[in-house]
Design a protein around this ligand. Structure first.
Ligand code: NAD
Length: 498
């Protein structure tokens, strides 16, 4: 029996922000939803109500888009210098930094992720805003070659109103990845966080009133994806959609966005292969593979949910992997316990979905090498679950489970593992472990994934390196120089000289 690390109820943080119904943030003010609806967000440790949050209806979405449009056209935003935009982005970074602990606490309370992890994510948001603060003064057009009687050049201009929709597993970070480039390029934005993790984005909206950002530049609406999200995606006043979530919802969002040909970037699901060759640093590889599927209780787009081990080291490496999951098993618990390394899953319906996949693995003939031991008190905790005996065609190896579950498979050579690694509809990331520089670079070139990590696990970019998916893991890129193309439109100007 696994004993979760628990914390006394009166020792758990309870920020004042949880008091009262949380309103929508439209045009610089917190307002009551015109829909009159609200929903209750749940603490996954206790499964008790945590806070009451307004539920935006279509009329609220329309008001937020109108506010963003007015702000986009307002000289207080549209006519400021690039350097002023830099200063405003730095102010945003500062208010997050100054309130990082509270923001992290809200995320841990709502998502169940260990406080150390949510604190890391909030610190990462600060870095994202500071990195993007460098862009406004470096967005250049080009001068085109032309006849001496003409001047031809391009301008890079903002798109207008951006709609940002985030998943629940990294709420403010996923928003930061969208708000920072939108502001750096002069757009305005309407954010809709997930109904399972709205609080940190709402608190962020509050904090923005402590900056000089003009009202309406950043708006936050909360509510159901099928109502508020749907309206936002279909809204003709929105010029661009920046979406993070599941591949199924991403496809729907893309179809809805077609009504007025919105620009779209999609950050979607994954089934990341971790590939371990016999010559790798096996200790390090095993520790990193365990981290890759246990961190965040596996609720990560880049979770290492398929582990391919060279056949010559399979038994030895499996044993090392089992050992490497031990600290996570011993660290199952309340996000506010200092020893916790894995919190509960974020909400009951998701817990049931992950549990059903684990049952399915056994029914399909898979063996639970770890994870079969029950957890005292149950709740929404799931132990690190390593499965062997299934091949890459099984549903467990093909579908995104989004829990602490990984399937271990073996391979003969590079050709085979590249074929297996790529044999999925996803293409978000891959991790390759070898000391052979040629194998490493050959694998990096041939793996069909937006990011390839050699001798390390996931590294999320805070700015310099683009991040995004191949195939059904997404469209477009966040970060890097590519982010500028995603948030600006090019205009060609031809001047006839007299
Ligand atoms: P989800 O698709 O269920 O929801 C994502 C968001 O879409 C939520 O805000 C939801 O309210 C909204 N939504 C739902 N239906 C909608 C509709 N009809 N129209 C508009 N919006 C709608 O995803 P989730 O469960 O919240 O997040 C987990 C998924 O996100 C996983 O698949 C994970 O891999 C993916 N993810 C991807 C990345 C990445 O960068 N590639 C990062 C984190 C998470």
């Amino acid at each position: 029996m696994i004993e979760p690390l628990l914390v006394r109820a009166d020792a758990r943080p309870r920020p004042d922000f949880l008091i009262g119904t949380k309103g929508l943030h439209i045009g610089g003010s917190e307002v009551t939803a015109r829909s009159g609806d609200a929903f209750v967000t749940i603490d996954p440790v206790t499964e008790q109500a945590l806070a009451t949050v307004s539920s935006a209806g279509p009329e609220d979405v329309d008001a937020a888009v109108d506010a963003a449009r007015r702000a986009f056209e307002n000289p207080a935003w549209a006519a400021i210098t690039p350097y002023r935009r830099t200063q405003l982005l730095l102010q945003v970074a500062d208010v997050i930094e100054n309130n990082a602990d509270e923001l992290a606490i809200l995320e841990s309370l709502e998502m169940g992720s260990p406080h150390t992890q949510t604190r890391w994510m909030i610190d990462h948001c600060v870095e994202v805003f500071r990195n993007h603060a460098g862009w406004p003064t470096k967005i250049y057009g080009q001068t085109a070659p032309s006849a001496s009687t003409q001047l031809q050049y391009t301008l890079r201009q903002p798109l207008g109103v951006v709609a940002a929709i985030a998943g629940w597993n990294g709420p403010l970070l996923q928003m930061a990845y969208k708000v920072a480039p939108a502001l750096a390029t002069g757009n305005t934005i309407v954010c809709k966080p997930s109904e399972h993790s709205s609080l940190s984005t709402l608190r962020f909206a509050d904090l923005l009133r402590g900056t000089d950002l003009p009202a309406g530049v950043v708006n936050v609406i909360t509510g159901d994806g099928k109502i508020a999200g749907e309206r936002l995606m279909s809204h003709h006043g929105v010029n661009k959609v920046a979406f993070t979530g599941s591949t199924a919802t991403g496809k729907h969002v893309l179809a809805r966005s077609a009504s007025n040909l919105k620009r779209v970037t999609l950050e979607l699901g994954g089934k990341t292969p971790y590939i371990v060759f016999a010559d790798a640093d096996l200790e390090k590889a095993a520790a990193t593979c365990a981290l890759a599927f246990c961190a965040g209780s596996g609720q990560a787009c880049v979770a290492g949910s398929r582990i391919f081990v060279h056949e010559s080291i399979r038994d030895q490496f499996l044993e090392m992997l089992i050992q490497a999951t031990e600290p996570f098993k011993a660290g199952i618990g309340d996000p506010f316990h200092p020893g916790t390394r894995m919190g509960p899953l974020a909400f009951r319906a998701h817990f049931e979905r992950v549990s059903a996949y684990i049952d399915l693995a056994s029914e399909a003939g898979g063996k639970l090498v770890t994870g079969a031991e029950p957890i005292d008190g149950g709740g929404l905790f799931v132990a690190p679950t390593l499965i062997e005996g299934l091949d890459n065609t099984s549903r467990i190896a093909q579908e995104e489970i989004f829990g602490p579950v990984s399937v271990v498979m073996s391979f003969r050579d590079l050709d085979e593992v590249v074929r297996l690694g790529n044999d999925t509809v996803f293409g978000l990331a891959a991790s390759v472990w070898t000391r052979d520089i040629s194998t490493a670079h050959r694998a990096a070139a041939r793996l069909d994934a937006g990011s390839v990590w050699i001798n390390r696990g996931s590294q999320m970019s805070a700015g310099p390196l683009p991040f995004g998916g191949h195939k059904q893991s997404g469209i477009g890129r966040e970060h890097g120089t590519e982010v500028l193309d995603a948030y600006t439109e090019s205009k060609s100007v031809v001047v006839e000289l007299s």
